[in-house]
Design a protein. Structure first.
Length: 86
């Protein structure tokens, strides 16, 4: 068990990795959320941006002997009513 300071030292660089992709991180305990937005016509670019971000976070974690649980990974796409009907 790492404890709070050990956990912070292992995960501090992950925030930098995430932010390099212009993605907002939200980290709480052992849960990390990536937040990003785009116009509907830019959804392919956003998908690639998030995919690249996750790949780099995975690499960062692997270099610190941390493991991401891919089975516990979800993506949620939220669109406005105007975007859905257009």
């Amino acid at each position: 068990m790492l404890g709070p300071l050990g956990f912070i030292s292992y995960t501090a660089d992950i925030v930098d990795v995430i932010e390099r992709h212009s993605v907002l991180p939200h980290i709480y305990a052992d849960d990390t959320q990536l937040l990003a937005s785009a116009k509907p016509e830019e959804s392919s670019t956003l998908r690639q941006q998030l995919s690249d971000c996750v790949a780099d976070v995975t690499q960062c974690c692997n270099s610190r002997w941390l493991q991401l649980n891919a089975d516990n990974t979800d993506a949620i796409w939220i669109r406005s009513r105007a975007a859905i009907t257009s």
